[in-house]
Ligand binder design. Structure first.
Ligand code: PLP
Length: 420
């Protein structure tokens, strides 16, 4: 019989746009004993997590809870629950994850309208508003932070326009939540999906979402209690044509599970919930302002280092996403070979790219627990060495020095951050 050795994954410095390094406190929380899903101790953890999620999303919404599955599961749950077959849905696309929203809307049986922006830029709010006026959708779904291009789409004006025109607005904030501001209520976003494995520094496997009364009204109009749990009256009501076409991702049933009704649905992911709770606790302890400032400082140091090395950045700088930096691969350099050497010789991971950008850019994430000074300095030093090894002639030594200059010029802010 084949014997398998003890698992001992390497300690990596993960500088991708997710997953990122996980805070040791979160890993510790994941090793705690399992509780039953209706144990009052566990339901208390569920309630506390909901409370912290409301703070994370800056919302007074009643509903803020995680979907079990990766971030895509949260997106799919929101879309399949809020888009009825035949609904008109507008998707403004400016990168790979906009295409994912298109794909899911199509699978929901929607009549989909798409507007596209060249990758590397984002929409002027007026362009989206004009499209809403033209296509009169029931739902708009849009990405807040595009990890494929490293851009951020301003949402406040789009949110207000959707509210005025009575359109539901679904937002993929998977990459932004916990790293840059996401103002659910102020920007009038109806449903927002976050990610755990990026700026929250929790492993992948849960998708926090929130939605408001407007969204809930739509869910409830499509609600159908599952067979085996229905009462007589509910059987009589179970003939709605527009019922939600997924069982696992039916928010109208999931919210019953997350309310005091505790109507059984799936078996909650105990250890992941411990992880989410600890990750949220860490975020709230750090404070949103300090956390956002930390992400900005380390981005600044990284950008200073990369430009001092003579590397060119990709995309419109006016809409750059703080937590993702895209670097143009210099001509003649094999981008994949650089990534392999960084990983295999230095233990540092950066990301490649998708679709039209494949082979053209590297993507560097500065997210959550990975976003700290020693990671930035280590990456810049290693990057320089690896690029020289790949035949590029660089102004040697300047990258790390430029980043150090940024840190020294911001000594006051730097000292505020608990993690170096
Ligand atoms: C902006 C954005 N949306 C959605 C997703 C999908 O997330 P997951 O892979 O966790 O399902 C990602 C993942 O990288 C992302 O960056």
């Amino acid at each position: 019989m084949r014997r398998y050795v003890d698992l001992s994954p390497s300690q990596r410095c993960i500088m991708t746009p997710g997953p990122v390094e996980v805070d040791p406190r979160v890993l510790r929380a994941m090793s705690f004993p399992i509780l039953g899903q209706f144990d009052p101790e566990f339901t208390c953890i569920m309630n506390e997590t909901m409370e912290m999620l409301r703070e994370l999303f800056s919302t007074d919404n009643r509903w803020a809870y995680p979907i079990d599955g990766t971030s895509r599961s949260g997106i799919e749950a929101a879309m399949v629950s809020l888009i009825a077959p035949g609904d008109r849905v507008l998707i403004p696309i400016y990168g790979r994850f906009g295409h994912l929203l298109h794909e899911i809307a199509e699978r929901c049986g929607a009549e989909v309208f798409v507007i596209e922006k060249t990758w590397g830029s984002v929409f002027e709010p007026n362009e989206v508003i004009a499209a809403i006026e033209r296509f009169t959708p029931d739902v708009v779904a849009i990405v807040h932070g595009e990890t494929s291009t490293g851009r951020i789409q301003p949402l406040a004006e789009i949110g207000q326009a959707c509210r005025e025109m009575d359109v539901l607005l679904i937002v993929d904030a998977v990459a932004t939540i916990g790293g840059v501001p996401v103002e659910t209520d102020e920007w009038m976003l109806d449903a927002v999906i976050g990610g755990t494995q990026k700026c929250l520094s929790i492993p992948s496997g849960m998708a926090p979402i929130t939605y408001n009364d407007r969204a809930e009204a739509k869910l409830l109009s499509r609600k159908q209690v599952e067979r085996g749990l229905r009462t007589g009256q509910e059987y009589a009501e179970s003939t709605k044509l527009s019922f939600i076409r997924s069982n696992y991702f039916d928010l109208s049933m999931l919210q019953d599970y997350w309310s005091s009704t505790r109507l059984n649905h799936h078996t909650e992911m105990t250890s992941m919930l411990y992880a989410l709770r600890e990750g949220l606790r860490l975020t709230l302890e750090e404070g949103f302002e300090a956390r956002f400032a930390r992400h900005i400082l380390h981005e600044k140091a990284l950008l200073a280092g990369l430009t001092a090395m003579g590397l060119k950045l990709y995309g419109d700088p006016d809409c750059k996403l703080t937590v993702v930096t895209c670097v143009l691969i210099p001509e003649g350099v094999d981008g994949e070979s650089v990534r392999s050497m960084l990983l295999n010789r230095f233990g540092i991971e950066i990301a490649s790219s998708f679709g039209p950008l494949k082979g053209l850019i590297w993507r560097i994430g500065t997210m959550g627990f990975s976003c700290r000074e020693n990671n930035i300095l280590r990456l810049l030093g290693a990057f320089e060495a690896v690029l020289i090894r790949h035949g590029l002639s660089l102004p040697c030594g300047y990258g790390v020095q430029a980043a150090l200059d940024v840190y020294e010029a911001n000594e006051y802010k730097r000292n505020q951050f608990p993690m170096v």
